[in-house]
Design a protein around this ligand. Sequence first.
Ligand code: PLP
Length: 426
Amino acid sequence: GDVMVDAARLPVKSRSLRQRGRLRTPGGVHSNVRLAGPQRFIEYAQGPWLFDVDGQNYVDYLLGQGPNFLGHAPPALVDTVNEACKRGLIYGGQHKLEVEAAEVVCEALGWADMVRFGVSGTESVQAALRLARAATGRTKVVRFEGHYHGWLDNVLMADGATGWGVASAGQVAGHLDDFFLLPWNDIDRLADTLAWQGDKIAAVIMEPIMINAGVIEPKPGYLETVRSLCDEYGVVLIFDEVISGFRLGLSGAAGRYGVIPDLATYGKAMAGGWPVSALAGRAELMALFGTGKVNHSGTFNGSVMATAATHATVSFLRDHQPYDSIAEHGRALMDGLREIGTRHGLPLRVQGLPMAFHVSFGDGDVTDYRSLQQLNLARYTSLAASLVEHGLWVAGRGVWYVSAAHGADELEAALTRFDKTLTDWA
Ligand code: PLP
């Protein structure tokens, strides 16, 4: 199974809090993703470290599923955001920080003219889909196997699924009808689908690098051809950069691969851990919200907290450019894990980019979701549970994230703990 929890092995304080929590909160968690995560209760976090209620520490390579790109409680940001919040949080009107945050985001991205802030990646994806449909007058959307676009009815897919079907009880199957589901990194399948139904397709949506499933990069030329096919058929290209945005570089995957979408969604690394998302894009499209023709609303959108956090985080990334040092840590970590795996005689597979990579067991070419399923993912999940017990905070699905706060001490601790885990686990 893919569940990391063995309640009987939890340290005493976590076990007791978990029992209490489960009485008042379904499953004891507020996001179903965490049902499968480590159930240890965290007392506090600082930089790249987590400290739990039972006195154990962890090097954090989960980063709260990605947001803590500058480490936990980054001092420069916490003070700035707290200070801003003393002037109130939500005015039901406009304020200067909204303008400044929008400016700094668009300037960092380089290609985007305008931005609308939201609270979660899930909702910014929905805003993107609505905008694409409004702009084209079409309803169909192409999406890809293994790409995650939030938990709502029209985009949720079961883990491991390569065909349509509801992933959750209560999900309305009919909401999937307007989507074509294709294998990613396969340009012929997309070309065929556009040739067949291009005049009905509003948008193609994808993670430009499939971080959610295996951290798989686009094949050389793939994104470029997707871009030109979208142009040919008048289809809006949406990059879901909720994970890759501001993490692969200031201009995200679009900048790294040199392919510009029409719309893109952001979240996670954009705001240093505060809950903020964004939809950015070309002015002709984004302006449709401004005319009131296309509705995008939200009580909490553009709050003082959100815009202060976004402004401070993106300005920090722009001014300090931590990308090289993150890559250096990530590369050393990837190499170290491989070396330890080899030494233990295990077929450990480490692939991806230094700021976000994937660890599993198995071999073979992994270029899409189907080939990823050929690896032994369950075996890694079992290792991940043991890694947590040894003080490495990692996800059961194999993704490791590196932050700007990770340094030499954390690298040494991580490799020592990984080595010890493999010794104990074997
Ligand atoms: N899109 C991608 C690529 C994601 O990885 C996620 C979340 O992990 C989402 C959308 C949904 O974002 P949120 O969890 O903030 O709603």
